[in-house]
Write a protein that binds this ligand. Structure first.
Ligand SMILES: O=C(O)CCC(=O)C(=O)O
Ligand SMILES: [Fe+2]
Length: 379
C-alpha cells in the first residue's frame, strides 16, 4: 500500500476469472455486505451507496472509504485519513471479513497492512500488580522466606530459582491437557510446543488456583520487597515506585512432548531501532516484559528426559540470540521439576532444550511481569 497526500490505499490484484463483469459486481456486493454487517462502517448516504463508499463513525465522519476498480487488473481501497493507525484499523476490520472478497481478489496486501499495523501498536501495559486478588499471601511469603536472599539474587544475577512452589498432581495435569489441541500447537521454526493462555476461572477449574495466584502475586511482592537501590552489579534496574511492575490477567500454559523445543530467544528482544537519546545507547525494546516467571508442573522430571530451560544470564544486550551459543556465553540448565519456580530478567536469552523422553509431557506455566514506565519501548 502507499500514501498519497491524505489518501492511503490498499491495492487488490483481481483474480483471473472468466466473467469480469460478474466479478466486479460481486466485489461491490461484498463491500456492501461488509458495511452492512460491521457497525464499524456506515454507508454515506443511499445516493452514494452504489459508489461503494462509506465512513467510519468511530474515527469521525471525515474518514471516508472508497472501494473501486482502479485498473483492468486491480481493485483499490482508498482511505482519506492522515492517521496511519486509523488506516490500520480499517484494514483490520476488512481483514476480519476477508472471506467476503477472497474469491475475487488477492487479499495478501491486506495481510501486510494488518501486520504493519499490529507491530506499530504499543504493547499492553498490564494491570496494577496490587489488583491480583490473592487468597494465599501466606503461601507467597513462605515461598520467598524459604530463600532469604532471593531478592538480592534476582537483582544481582538477573535470575533466581525457588524450589518450594506449589506442586501439581497427575490428575491435575490431565485437566490441563484438555487445552492442547491442533490449534494450540506452535507451527514455527523457533518453537514446537503447544500453548494456551489460562484465565483465573480455567486455572481454578483445573485445580491450579494456587499456581495462578502464586504467579500473579509475585509482581506485587517484588514491588513491595525489592531493594529499590540499584546495585552496581545489577544487570537490571529494579522496579521503583515511579516505575512499578504490572501484570496481565492470563498465564501461558505450554506443553512440550518428545522432540519439542524452543530455540534461543529473548522474551523482550532489542529491535533494530536505536534510541535517539544520546545518553542511552541502548536499542529500542520490543515490549514491556521485565521478569519472566515460570512454574513447572511435571511428574518426576529427570535430567535425562531433556527439556531443560537453558538460561544465559548475561545476554540482555545481545541483538542476535544465537550469539549466546556461538560466542560461548555462560549458561545454567534448570531441570523443570514439579513445583520449581524460576524468575528471570525477560531480556536474557534462553531456550528449551529438546525433550527426549518418549512419553512424558513437559508442562510450564509462565507469567510475564511488565514494567511499562521507562521500559525502553519506543512510544
Ligand atoms: O518453558 C520454559 O522453560 C521456557 C519457555 C519460554 O522460553 C517461553 O515460553 O518464552
Ligand atoms: Fe521465553
Amino acid at each position: 500500500f502507499s500514501t498519497v497526500a491524505n489518501t492511503r490505499e490498499v491495492v487488490f490484484p483481481l483474480l483471473k476469472t472468466r466473467s469480469k463483469d460478474r466479478q466486479l459486481r460481486n466485489l461491490k456486493y461484498a463491500f456492501q455486505e461488509l458495511v452492512e454487517t460491521t457497525e464499524f462502517f456506515v454507508q454515506n448516504s443511499p445516493a452514494q451507496y452504489h459508489d461503494s463508499s462509506c465512513f467510519v463513525p468511530a474515527m469521525g465522519a471525515k474518514t471516508e472509504l472508497q472501494f473501486q476498480q482502479s485498473s483492468p487488473t486491480e481493485f483499490v481501497l482508498k482511505v482519506n485519513t492522515s492517521e496511519n493507525s486509523d488506516f490500520g484499523w480499517i484494514c483490520v476490520k476488512m481483514f476480519e471479513q476477508k472471506q467476503l472478497f477472497e474469491d475475487f481478489v488477492d487479499t495478501t496486501c491486506l495481510t501486510d497492512a494488518v501486520s504493519d499495523h499490529c507491530y506499530s501498536l504499543l504493547p499492553y501495559p498490564g494491570f496494577p500488580a496490587s489488583s491480583a486478588k490473592l487468597s494465599n499471601t501466606a503461601q507467597l511469603d513462605g515461598l520467598f522466606r524459604g530463600q532469604p536472599f532471593c531478592m538480592d539474587e534476582l537483582r544481582d544475577n538477573g535470575f533466581v530459582v525457588l524450589d518450594n512452589g506449589p506442586k501439581s498432581t497427575t490428575s491435575g495435569h490431565r485437566l490441563l491437557d484438555q487445552y492442547m489441541n491442533e490449534d494450540a500447537k506452535k507451527h514455527s521454526s523457533a518453537r514446537t510446543d503447544s500453548v494456551h493462555f489460562l484465565n483465573r476461572d480455567e486455572a481454578k477449574d483445573c485445580g491450579f488456583q494456587e499456581h495462578y495466584e502464586t504467579l500473579m502475586g509475585i509482581a506485587s511482592y517484588l514491588n513491595d520487597n525489592m531493594d529499590m537501590e540499584s546495585s552496581p552489579h545489577a544487570p537490571i534496574t529494579p522496579a521503583t515506585k515511579d516505575n512499578p511492575l504490572t501484570i496481565p490477567n492470563t498465564i501461558q500454559l505450554a506443553e512440550y512432548a518428545e522432540n519439542d523445543f524452543y530455540k534461543p530467544h529473548s522474551d523482550n528482544s532489542l529491535t533494530s531501532e536505536v534510541v535517539s537519546d544520546a545518553q542511552n545507547s541502548d536499542r529500542v525494546r520490543s515490549n514491556f516484559r521485565h521478569y519472566t516467571c515460570i512454574l513447572y508442573c511435571n511428574d518426576d522430571w529427570e535430567e535425562e528426559d531433556g527439556g531443560a530451560l537453558r538460561l544465559y544470564p548475561n545476554t540482555r544486550n545481545l541483538v542476535h540470540p544465537d550469539d549466546a551459543i556461538s560466542d560461548g556465553y555462560d549458561f545454567i540448565d534448570v531441570i523443570p521439576k514439579n513445583g520449581r519456580l524460576i524468575i528471570f530478567d525477560s531480556c536474557n536469552i534462553h531456550s528449551v532444550e529438546k525433550v527426549t523422553h518418549k512419553t512424558k509431557k513437559r508442562r510450564a506455566l509462565t507469567l510475564w511481569i511488565n514494567r511499562p514506565n521507562n521500559s525502553g519501548v519506543a512510544s
